[in-house]
Design a protein around this ligand. Structure first.
Ligand code: APR
Length: 248
């Protein structure tokens, strides 16, 4: 299907980054088995310094640390791009690992923002997350804006916040214009992100799902692979490369 496809969209969730050591949300032992998602709405974050302290604590413990490296699945997708087969990656992840694996930034659409920056809600200055982590390491429990002491918020989309509209629009149109849509590592239960695979199906694209557990959209998939993303995508791209080199 990949060799025959002209425009492939890869749609990734937290499951693509678990092999990089970042916990996902809904697997056993995932983030939401340790923290209550209701604590992590934008309303809570703005409501009290205590809520902000808790959220910064969860973010630093929950894999915000910047040591995570791309894994085989991220590199396989970057190779799809170098083989000229990738239209774009639409990701729910905020870990920047697709870009670090070599997918050009203008081909990665981050529906839930990105944790590489923090933004001040008063003066709107943006700061590298590394700088904010440094402040936390030095004992600041609730980092505020180094410029105006306003509330500093990670650039990721919190529950209750609207998604970046431009990104959502582009992701929607790319999903509607691809001929193969590959979901990797997502439970497909959070909207509007989880509309993307259906936009692709409705537009006549084929759907493949690589995910360890079942999803509500499994019945629409032409291909369903319940195996780990790293080994699966690495094997798949190896076969694609061989087929493409044979057919010249
Ligand atoms: N290989 C393949 N699939 C995996 C792997 C792996 N190595 N590890 C985990 N998975 C699967 C899990 O079985 C699970 O179905 O990845 C899926 C991850 O699902 P979630 O944890 O729900 O993550 P995601 O779908 O990205 O969540 C969407 O929810 O909390 C919000 O904003 C957050 O972006 C997130 C959104």
């Amino acid at each position: 299907m990949i060799v025959a496809a002209k425009k492939i969209v890869v749609f990734s969730g937290a499951g693509i980054s678990t092999e990089s050591g970042i916990p996902d949300f809904r697997s056993p032992g995932g983030i939401w088995s340790k923290y209550d998602p209701d604590e992590f709405t934008i309303q809570r974050f703005l409501s009290s310094p205590e809520a902000r302290r808790k959220q910064w604590k969860m973010l630093t413990e929950g894999g915000l640390t910047t040591e995570a490296k791309p894994n085989l699945a991220h590199y396989a997708i970057a190779e799809l791009n170098s083989l000229g087969k990738l239209d774009c990656v639409i990701t729910q992840n905020v870990d920047n690992l697709h870009q670090e694996a070599g997918v050009p930034g203008d081909r990665v659409f981050e529906l839930h923002g990105n944790m590489q920056w923090a933004v001040c809600l008063s003066c709107h200055r943006r700061f590298p997350m590394k700088q904010v982590l440094q402040m936390i390491e030095e004992g600041t429990e609730i980092p505020d804006c180094p410029n105006c002491h306003g509330i500093l918020k990670p650039d990721a989309v919190f529950f209750g916040e609207t998604l970046p509209q431009e990104t959502l629009m582009v992701a929607t149109s790319r999903s509607r214009n691809c001929d193969l849509f590959i979901v990797i590592g997502s439970s497909l239960v959070v909207y509007p992100a989880a509309y993307m695979p259906m936009y692709a199906k409705d537009a006549g694209a084929k759907l493949a799902i690589v995910n360890l557990t079942s999803t509500p959209l499994d019945r629409y998939a032409e291909v369903l692979i319940r195996r780990k993303a790293g080994e699966t995508m690495s094997n798949v791209v190896k076969r694609v490369r061989n087929k493409m080199s044979i057919s010249g």
